[in-house]
Design a protein around this ligand. Structure first.
Ligand SMILES: [Zn+2]
Length: 153
């Protein structure tokens, strides 16, 4: 398991931002699979050590990771600083996933519009009433305000 795949989605993204925004002040290789560095954040700097062969042996003295076997954003930032190709790969994957989600949303919206246009009047009436009566209150109130004159009297 790589260090990145052991970290939470949030830690990887925040770590990527820290790397991109030059929060890694210092990075050095200490052994074949080991790197140490200093990463700044929230007005402090943290001592970070990353072991790529045994990611769980990595450590950082930030409150999130100190004394725990957690992969924090500082470790991720140091890792990306040492392996910039990995950072680029990660970013490309994020963009690709966002584009895919957007495509899917557009596709779903088109299917929804097609379906609504194919519905009969009684079907539309039933669907609208169901949405209004079972949906959120703001939706109900807004529909009344915009469509039902008696509501204002
Ligand atoms: Zn940390």
């Amino acid at each position: 398991m790589s260090l990145i795949s052991l970290a939470s989605f949030e830690s990887v993204w925040r770590g990527y931002e820290y790397y991109r925004d030059y929060h890694v002040i210092h990075a050095a290789q200490t052994e074949d699979d080991s790197f140490s560095g200093i990463v700044s954040g929230h007005g402090q700097s943290y001592q970070v050590y990353v072991n790529t062969a045994h990611p769980r042996k990595s450590h950082c003295n930030c409150p999130h990771a100190a004394g725990r076997r957690t992969i924090c954003k500082h470790m991720v930032a140091l890792y990306f600083c040492v392996f910039p190709d990995e950072a680029e790969n990660y970013y490309d994957q994020v963009i690709a996933a966002e584009e895919e989600a957007e495509r899917l949303q557009e596709k779903t919206e088109k299917a929804l519009i097609r379906h609504v246009r194919s519905m009969t009047k009684p079907e539309l009436e039933q669907a609208l009433l169901q949405l209004l009566l079972e949906g959120p209150e703001w939706q109900y109130d807004r529909f009344l305000r915009e469509n039902v004159d008696e509501y204002l009297e």
